[in-house]
Design a protein around this ligand. Structure first.
Ligand code: SF4
Length: 334
C-alpha cells in the first residue's frame, strides 16, 4: 500500500469580508505573507526531498484561507504552476479548503480540470442559530448546496466541524455530525472552539457572554462524534489542534487546547467501552488485552483509564494481543 503524504501550502486569508467570531484573520494576514509561486516550488521540493517511502501517494494541500475566495487570477496562477508535478505523476491530487458559500458548479468544474481532487469546507455547524451567533455569514443550506455540487462533480468532500461555538450544545454537535454524514462527506476534522486574541469571541468571553468548553467536556464530545463518524465510514483526518503552530502565532486566551487532545479523545472512547462492559471477572487482578496499536489509548491519557480500573481491581495489566483488531479487547483473570 503506498504511503500517503500531504504537502501543505499555507495561504492566509487576504481580505475576508466575513467576521467569524473565533477568527483572528487580521492578525494572521498581517503575520503571514501569501506565498509566491517560487515559494510554492520550494515547499514542494523540500517535501519531496524528505519523503522516505518509495511507493507514495502525494497530494498538495492549499489550506489556511478560503482558496476559492482568492482572486481568480491568483487561483489560476497557483493551479497552473503545480501542473508539471501532476503531469509527471509526482503529485496525485490537490486538496483545498474553503467556505461553503464560495462554491459554485462552474468553479468546481474548472478546479476539477486543474486536478483538484478534494475540497474541504469549514462547515463548523449545521445549526442555523450557531452559524448566526458565530458570525459565519451563511446558513445550513449553503453547506448542503455546496456538498451537493462537490459530490455531483465526483470530488472528495470533507466537512470540518467545530465544537463549543456560541449557541452550540452536545445535541447540536451530534446533529451536525449526522448532517455531515448525510451530506455525503468522506472526511472530516473535529476542532474544539478556542478563544484567541483579537477576536470577537475574546470580547464575548471577557464580558462573560461566552464560556468555552472545558477540556474534559470537549474530549468527551469529540469522542462521541468520532465514533459516529467511524461507524458511518467517514475518515476523521484530525481531532483538535496538534501544536501551538496551529494558532498561527496568536495568543490563546481560553478554551480546550491541549497538545495531546487527540490522545485524550481516544482514551475517552476506550473509557466508554470499559464503562459499558459487563463481563468483568470476579478477581482482584486482571489483564486487559488489546491490539498493540490501541494499547496506549486503552490505558488512557496519563493512565486515566487504568487508574479508573484500579479503583475496582487491585492490579490491572494491559498487554498487546496480535489476534485483536480495532478496539476489540479481552479481559482475563491474572
Ligand atoms: S474563519 Fe471566517 S472570518 Fe476567518 S477567514 Fe474564514 S471565513 Fe473569514
Amino acid at each position: 500500500m503506498p504511503r500517503h503524504y500531504n504537502i501543505p501550502v499555507f495561504l492566509p486569508e487576504l481580505a475576508c469580508p466575513h467576521r467569524c467570531v473565533f477568527c483572528n484573520q487580521s492578525s494572521i494576514s498581517s503575520t503571514y505573507k501569501i506565498p509566491s509561486v517560487a515559494e510554492v516550488t520550494a515547499i514542494i521540493e523540500k517535501h519531496f526531498n524528505s519523503f522516505k517511502a518509495s511507493e507514495k501517494h502525494v497530494e498538495l494541500a492549499f489550506f489556511g484561507g478560503n482558496f476559492t475566495g482568492l482572486p481568480q487570477q491568483m487561483q489560476l496562477e497557483y493551479l497552473n504552476h503545480v501542473q508539471p508535478w501532476l503531469k509527471s505523476g509526482q503529485l496525485q491530487g490537490i486538496r483545498l479548503s474553503t467556505r461553503p458559500d464560495y462554491i459554485s458548479s462552474a468553479q468546481i468544474a474548472w478546479l476539477k480540470d486543474f486536478g483538484v481532487t478534494h475540497i474541504e469546507l469549514g462547515a463548523q455547524s449545521t445549526d442555523n442559530e450557531v452559524l448566526q451567533k458565530s458570525g459565519r455569514g451563511h446558513k445550513r443550506d449553503a453547506i448542503e448546496n455546496a456538498a451537493t455540487i462537490i459530490n455531483n462533480a465526483g470530488l472528495v468532500l470533507g466537512l470540518q466541524m467545530m465544537l463549543g461555538l456560541p449557541g452550540d450544545s452536545p445535541e447540536k454537535a451530534v446533529a451536525t455530525a449526522k448532517d455531515i454524514i448525510s451530506f455525503g462527506a468522506k472526511e472530516t476534522r473535529i476542532y474544539p472552539c478556542l478563544v484567541v486574541q483579537d477576536t470577537a469571541l475574546e470580547r464575548l468571553f471577557l464580558s462573560g457572554k461566552y464560556q468555552p468548553l472545558s477540556i474534559q467536556v470537549a474530549a468527551e464530545q469529540a469522542a462521541s462524534l468520532y465514533v459516529i463518524f467511524e461507524n458511518a465510514g467517514i475518515k476523521v483526518l484530525r481531532i483538535g489542534l496538534h501544536t501551538s503552530d496551529d494558532l498561527n502565532g496568536s495568543a490563546l486566551i481560553a478554551g480546550p487546547y491541549h497538545p495531546n487532545f487527540a490522545e485524550m479523545v481516544f482514551g475517552k472512547i476506550w473509557l466508554s467501552a470499559f464503562e459499558t462492559y459487563d463481563q468483568w471477572p470476579e478477581s482482584e487482578t486482571i489483564v486487559v488485552k488489546t491490539a498493540a496499536s490501541q494499547l496506549n489509548h486503552a490505558v488512557g491519557f496519563e493512565a486515566s483509564n487504568k487508574n479508573r480500573l484500579l479503583k475496582r481491581f487491585k492490579s490491572v495489566k494491559f498487554m498487546p494481543d496480535s489476534s485483536l483488531f480495532g478496539r476489540q479487547f479481552i479481559v482475563q483473570k491474572l
